[in-house]
Design a protein. Structure first.
Lengths: 289, 433
């Protein structure tokens, strides 16, 4: 039983890692720009396809593919900001609708470019850290955990310790007051979009060898991310990270000790419970909600 | 002045008359030619998922049908009442969505005037059934669990999913009698659940004990580590992957490998198994049992196999679609063999005439041998063509047919077990909504 619990804990840590990367990016975009980016799951998908293209097809080093995934999807985020979200800034539903259209475009482009079938990505390594006969941690999953800690730590430092980070947080708290202080709303929106999209991209790139990469893979990711954000508190980065950990542990434990369908029901029930008991989420404030 | 004259002469009526004459003189011969040519073309509908997570059980089938059609057309086409007709497939991507399947069926019948529609079935059939009832169109499904007494124009002539899975378990019990405990996982959908019931019956018939209840997971699952952790926590001799889609079979096998499992794996399919081997190892995959052969297998050249030149078909398929051979690549083409024989026998392409000809005598030539129209006991209607089915095992990195086993023989001995488990999972024809 101890071994089963330990393996379940490792499985949950991996899940929490990639979910938190996606969810934090989504929260950042919402917090700064006020946009619910429905195409966020597809940014995750694009990140995975950069690994297909660079690592699997062109046989470039995996680290290069991941780095490119982060930058390319970040740049894609800038395109979204400039072409969709900025012109629709005064239209609360406009950005949401535009992002739904954009996700369809990305899915169609992936289907045209790579086909509809699951992509095969050769394993980066088959090395496994063996703690005991029944407790094992494959290195690719460890990569995801380490990358999530490093990237989220860097983001925390950026937001708390740099002038750009302060500007970003100021814009998220009160865009008008921030603008009166000389902070460029366009500039902060660009930074938020690049970082948010880049985090989704790098999450997709890191997990690509471990999941089925196909044009529709973003759907389940975005659903999970929304649950996490609602539980954590809409607009709260700390809440997103904590809720990712809570959701991942609950879902993994229930899957392991009952089954996956019940785990989904429990995950959604957790969200409903939070909405009833604390509608602003674990870390949300009334203003953000 | 001349300009005005031209304008006055070019009245609206005059313009329309001139335009009509011009267009008519230019296009009518073309239209007439097309109508004439269309008289000799038989269109067949292909209504299956061509995109999305279930595309692996649709798109390769359409690719196989195109190869089949080229062969048939080059050999003179289909002879109906002494007249030769070419065959043309009209594809419609239903994305495994019932509403889109319904739209597709209507479009194929009304606009494309197809004479027969092949489907994957499953979750999409309920969307199509009202169209079938209204039009009387003949449909085929790969999943006989779609059959019921009401589905009089629906046939399952290629595979009796999931009933043939019993042959793999039977072979396993005969050849590896020391394996006594099993676990199973499946996606919670119309493909997964009847297959769960079938495997449970097969394991019970073989004296193999289930260590735990089958583990069901949401079809949206992407991380299978928790599923695998639970599956192997009791050290089972056998892990059964049910009828998981290839998007699940691959990551589950990879997780089994990474979490140190060393026992037997059995699955309905192992599409693109070479990729699973690359992600795990040849040694790990050695002995995996599944149900769908590669068609370069020499066993398919034996007498009694009713699929024309399977080795050549496999070769051409792989030349055109390298690395894409899967469970359904040949199945829809084999259905077309049956339909062609039925249409030629009936001297008609009309659905009712072809269906009557196909079922005439209660037997038919299935790809893997002579088979009988069967199913009343289980599906409420004898519209499934059942006979032998291959048991395939991975040996030295290659799928090999180890046996052809009879599904009716198994059912004669253990039919009550199958009905018991189908009933428990609400999968009998009179339980399905």
């Amino acid at each position: 039983m101890i071994e089963l619990l330990a393996q379940t804990g490792l499985n949950a840590l991996y899940a929490a890692s990639y979910i938190s990367l996606v969810a934090v990016g989504l929260v950042l975009i919402f917090g700064v720009m006020g946009v619910i980016n429905f195409a966020h799951g597809e940014l995750f998908m694009v990140g995975a396809y950069t690994v297909v293209a660079l690592y699997a097809d062109l046989q470039m080093p995996f680290l290069v593919a991941i780095t490119f995934g982060l930058i390319f999807v970040g740049l894609l985020g800038l395109v979204m900001e400039r072409s969709m979200f900025r012109p629709l800034r005064d239209n609360p539903l406009g950005g949401l609708v535009a992002s739904i259209g954009f996700l369809m475009i990305l899915q169609a482009l992936a289907s045209i470019g790579f086909g509809v079938r699951m992509e095969h990505i050769p394993p980066v390594t088959q090395e496994v850290i063996v703690f005991s006969e029944k407790v094992r941690l494959p290195l690719p999953r460890l990569f995801v955990m380490v990358a999530a800690v490093v990237l989220l730590g860097a983001l925390w430092y950026f937001l708390r310790r740099t002038r750009f980070g302060w500007a970003l947080r100021a814009s998220a708290q009160d865009p008008e007051a921030a603008a009166l202080q000389g902070i460029s709303i366009n500039q902060t929106a660009r930074i938020a979009m690049f970082i948010g999209a880049g985090l989704a991209g790098v999450a997709g790139a890191l997990t690509a060898p471990l999941v089925s990469v196909n044009p529709h893979m973003g759907h389940s990711v975005i659903v999970t991310a929304f649950i996490v954000i609602i539980v954590g508190g809409v607009g709260s980065l700390e809440g997103a990270v904590l809720a990712s950990v809570v959701y991942a542990f609950v879902h993994t434990v229930v899957t392991t000790f009952w089954d996956g369908v019940i785990a989904d029901i429990v995950g959604l029930s957790l969200m409903l419970l939070v909405l009833i008991v604390k509608p602003t989420g674990l870390f949300g404030t009334a203003e953000r909600a | 002045m001349s300009h005005k004259r031209i304008l006055s002469a070019l009245t609206r009526r005059g313009f329309l008359a001139a335009a009509s004459t011009l267009i008519g003189s230019g296009l009518l011969p073309g239209i007439a030619t097309r109508v004439h040519a269309a008289d000799k073309v038989i269109r067949i509908g292909f209504l299956a998922p061509l995109t999305g997570p279930v595309a692996a059980w649709g798109k390769p089938g359409l690719d196989g049908c195109q190869i089949w059609a080229e062969g048939i057309n080059a050999a003179g086409g289909i002879t109906i009442d002494g007249e030769s007709h070419t065959v043309e497939f009209v594809g419609y991507d239903n994305e495994y969505d019932p509403a889109k399947a319904r739209t597709g069926a209507t479009k194929l019948i009304r606009e494309d005037e197809v004479k027969f529609i092949m489907m994957l079935g499953g979750d999409t059939w309920p969307g199509v059934q009202p169209v079938a009832d209204r039009t009387g169109m003949l449909f085929s499904t790969l999943l006989p669990s779609d059959l019921s007494p009401e589905t009089t124009t629906l046939i399952a002539p290629a595979e009796v999913h999931p009933i043939y899975n019993v042959t793999g378990v039977e072979w396993l019990a005969e050849n590896k009698p020391d394996l006594k405990t099993a676990v199973m996982c499946a996606q919670d959908d119309a493909l997964g659940l009847p297959s769960v019931a079938t495997y449970l019956a097969a394991f019970e018939a073989a004296g193999i004990e289930m260590q735990s209840e089958p583990l069901l997971f949401d079809p949206a699952t992407t991380d299978f580590a928790p599923v695998v952790t639970k599956l192997i926590s009791g050290n089972p001799d056998i892990v059964c992957l049910d009828t998981c889609y290839s998007d699940y079979v691959h990551p589950i096998c990879e997780q089994l490998f990474q979490q140190g499992y060393k026992g037997q794996i059995i699955s309905c399919t192992a599409d693109f198994y070479d990729q699973i081997i690359e992600k795990t190892s040849k040694e790990f995959m050695e002995g995996m049992i599944f149900q769908f052969p590669d068609f370069d297998d020499p066993a398919l050249n034996a007498e009694g196999i009713n699929f024309k030149d399977p080795n050549k078909f496999f070769e051409v398929y792989n030349e055109r679609h390298p690395g894409e051979w899967g469970a359904v690549s040949w199945e829809y083409a084999s259905i077309m063999d049956l339909w062609k024989a039925g249409a030629e026998k009936a001297g008609s392409v009309e659905p009712d005439a072809v269906l009557a000809a196909m079922k005439d005598g209660g037997t038919g030539l299935h790809a893997f041998g002579e088979a009988k129209w069967w199913g009343k006991d289980l599906f409420g209607i004898d519209n499934a063509l059942v006979g032998n089915w291959p048991v395939v095992v991975i040996e030295d990195g290659k799928a090999v047919i180890k046996a052809m086993k009879s599904i009716p023989d198994w059912y004669d001995k253990h039919g009550e077990l199958l009905k018991k488990h189908m009933t428990a999972y609400n999968q009998m024809w009179n339980q399905r909504g």
